[in-house]
Design a binder for this molecule. Structure first.
Ligand SMILES: *Cc1c(COP(=O)(O)O)cnc(C)c1O
Length: 222
């Protein structure tokens, strides 16, 4: 199956659901991103700021670049001029840096709060209490250049469907709570980014609105 075939197949699977596709292009050369673009993909996810910044000028301007990996505050500057969404906001400090650097570029970027939902301790993300502390802070209320558009999570690497469902339900529960408590009047807060190549059908059945799929499109990263 070609890259285009895979994208068309996944888009067909997502048709009629609440979810859209973000193509995870990390590690792949620009020619493959061009193939994905030609097949209609516009959301590209990368996990390394330098790699994303190097690829961005080589692709058409209507690509939505999503940062999906852990972001160090000293790398925010690289992305601020063009990034569309930072899916991996996991601290108050990072949110502050994003707002600052994006403001310096006279832009607004979208951001997702990343939650820790997996069993693995190594996976990063906020707890619900940490997220609420950020959202209730005076400082957050003053940010003009970062717009929170939802939540993101990475589930445990497992084939245990019950476990995966429980983690996806947990993230959806966090989203619902935050939506009701902090974003009831804000239509922009709408995304639940969950589901990867191995588990996106389950994630979609549990309410994902944004799936991040790489290897099911490009093959394994080797
Ligand atoms: C790499 C990555 C993906 C895509 O993984 P695949 O299994 O290749 O689909 C999704 N989300 C995050 C956060 C990733 O780092």
């Amino acid at each position: 199956m070609s890259i285009a075939d895979n994208i068309h197949r996944i888009n067909a699977e997502l048709a009629g659901t609440a979810a859209r596709l973000c193509v995870v292009t990390k590690t792949h050369p620009v020619e493959k991103l061009e193939e994905a673009y030609a097949a209609g993909a516009r959301c590209f996810g990368e996990n390394r700021p330098q790699e994303m910044a190097a690829k961005q000028p080589q692709l058409p301007a209507d690509v939505e670049w999503h940062l999906i990996g852990q972001l160090q505050t000293n790398k925010v500057k690289l992305l601020a001029p063009f990034v569309h969404t930072i899916q991996s906001i996991d601290s108050a400090k990072l949110l502050r840096e994003i707002n600052k650097h994006v403001a310096a570029n006279n832009r607004i970027v979208n951001g997702l709060l990343q939650f820790h939902i997996a069993r693995e301790e190594t996976k990063s993300g906020l707890s619900l209490a940490e997220a609420e502390e950020i959202l209730a802070s005076e400082e957050y209320g003053q940010y003009q250049n970062v717009r929170l558009t939802g939540v993101m999570g990475v589930a445990t690497f497992t084939h245990d469907e019950a476990q995966l469902r429980q983690e996806f339900q947990q993230l959806r529960g966090y989203f619902s709570h935050l939506k009701t408590t902090y974003f009831a009047d804000d239509d922009a807060f709408q995304d639940i980014s969950m589901g990867m190549s191995g588990d996106y059908p389950l994630a979609v059945s549990e309410g994902s609105t944004l799936v991040r799929v790489g290897s099911a499109i490009f093959g394994s990263r080797g």
